[in-house]
Each structure stands twice: as C-alpha cells, then as structure tokens.
Write a protein that binds this ligand. Structure first.
Ligand SMILES: Nc1ncnc2c1ncn2[C@@H]1O[C@H](COP(=O)(O)OP(=O)(O)OP(=O)(O)O)[C@@H](O)[C@H]1O
Length: 233
C-alpha cells in the first residue's frame, strides 16, 4: 500500500534528519515506528505526507509514485495525516469541522457525517460545541473522524495519545484497534511504544534517521535488546 524508500530529508540547509530511511505498509496493516527522541519519527511521517520535502528517495502509494506531489495532491491521492497538534479548527463547531474535512460529492455529505457520528457518539452529543472546548481525547477523535471523512487509502497518526489521560489513551487505542480490524492501513508514531507494538502487525525502529530494525509488533515487543533500549526495560 505504502512504500518509502531510502528517504533523505531535513529542515532547511541544516544537517539531514532522515538519512536513508525505508519502510512499507501492506494492505490492512497497522505499522508503528518507534525509536529514541529526535530520531526523526515525526519527520518521516511529515515527509511521507508531503509536508517536509524529500531530498532523496521515493514514496509510492498503492503503486502510484507520489514523490513529486505536494501535500494537497497527496491528500487527494489517499493520504490522511492526523498531526499531533492543531489538527482541528478550534473556533468552529464539531459539525462544521466535519463538513470542512469531507471531500466527497455534496449529496453524500449528510450520510457520511451521520455515519461518523454513529461511529463516534461523542461527536453527535457535542455536534454544536466549539472544537476548542473539547478535551484532548475528544479532539483526537474529532481529528480522526475528519481524516476518515476523506476516505483515505492510509491513515498517518503522529503520537495520537500525546498528553492524554490514561482513560482517554485507552479509548483512543480502542478506536485505532477498531480501524485496524476493519482493514484500514495505518502508519503511526506513538509514545506508548510497547502498547503500540502489541496491537501492531509490524514495527520499525528508527535510529538517527535510519530504519535500524523491523519485525512483527510481537517480535519487537519481546526482543530484550529493543525492550532495554527503546521500551523502558
Ligand atoms: N520544524 C523543524 N525545524 C528544524 N528542526 C526540526 C523541526 N522539526 C523537528 N526538527 C528536528 O528534527 C529532529 C527530529 O525531530 P522529530 O520530531 O522528527 O523526531 P522524533 O523521532 O519524532 O522525536 P520525538 O520522539 O522527540 O518526537 C530533531 O532534532 C528536531 O529538533
């Protein structure tokens, strides 16, 4: 579904952050990227989404080369990126956030919105509330619903549980598991690395801008060296 090959990228003229990182996500897979702080995990997601330009390497989505596409073109090609912050329009009501995100034909909006509100009842209960009044967990659910309304081929999630309470974290993990079970391809960076690997088909360990190890989620979660170095022992 997604293939990123030998990606080199960074910010401005400074030293590159990504130094030849490669990964792939097959149809129906949930794939998690773990690694130390500053390894370039978020940068890799941003490069795949087209928000940071790749200086070298190739990115394909469902067989289509998207390397030269802008972020907007990539969104149209089927990427949906839930950024870590500022991922909803705080000054707008929930229902208007959903309407802005929807990209299908006009006549299909009401049913798509209602289906999303059935999936995430908090959005129906609070449809007239301004998004900025939402808790962190509610905001992430809204951001995910907005991403899903674009009918993506793959969902990119950047630290979806950052700053959330344990309860909200569990609820968000449940929402991610539900999407995985429906076969939605997902690539995520997640601070709860062990828990994320345990629900993932596969994982990649990114170190200093390169994919240093890969395996099934269960293999990486059980590897003593990876546990010691990257999963808090
Ligand atoms: N907009 C930016 N401009 C310049 N440097 C940046 C920018 N964003 C990130 N960086 C730098 O790029 C490097 C990699 O950051 P990135 O956020 O991709 O790492 P990460 O692996 O996701 O880390 P963390 O787990 O701490 O979020 C860091 O040194 C960071 O300071």
């Amino acid at each position: 579904m997604l293939e990123a090959n030998a990606i080199v990228a960074g910010y401005g003229a400074a030293e590159q952050i990504l130094k030849g990182a490669s990964l792939n996500v097959q149809a129906g897979e949930l794939v998690t990227i773990i690694g130390p702080n500053g390894a370039g995990k978020s940068t890799l997601l941003k490069t795949i989404a087209g928000l940071v330009p790749a200086k070298e390497g190739k990115i394909t989505l469902a067989g289509q080369d998207v390397t030269a596409q802008s972020a907007l073109e990539r969104a149209k090609s089927g990427f949906a990126f839930v950024m870590q912050e500022r991922n909803v329009f705080g000054m707008l009501q929930v229902k208007d956030n959903l309407e802005l995100a929807y990209s299908g034909p006009r006549r299909g909006f009401a049913s798509a919105r209602d289906a999303m509100m059935d999936r995430y009842p908090v959005l129906a209960q609070r449809r007239h509330q301004l998004a900025r009044t939402f808790s962190g967990g509610q905001r992430q659910i809204l951001a995910m619903a907005m991403a899903l309304l674009t009918k993506p081929k793959i969902l990119l999630l950047d630290e979806p549980t950052a700053g959330l309470s344990p309860k909200a974290t569990n609820e968000l993990f449940d929402a991610i598991i539900a999407l995985r079970n429906e076969g939605m391809p997902i690539l995520m960076v997640e601070q709860h690395a062990l828990e994320a690997l345990q629900i993932s088909s596969r994982g990649y360990v990114l170190v200093a801008g390169k994919d240093a190890a890969t395996g099934t989620g269960a293999e990486l979660a059980a590897d003593p060296e990876i546990r010691r170095l990257f999963l808090g022992g």
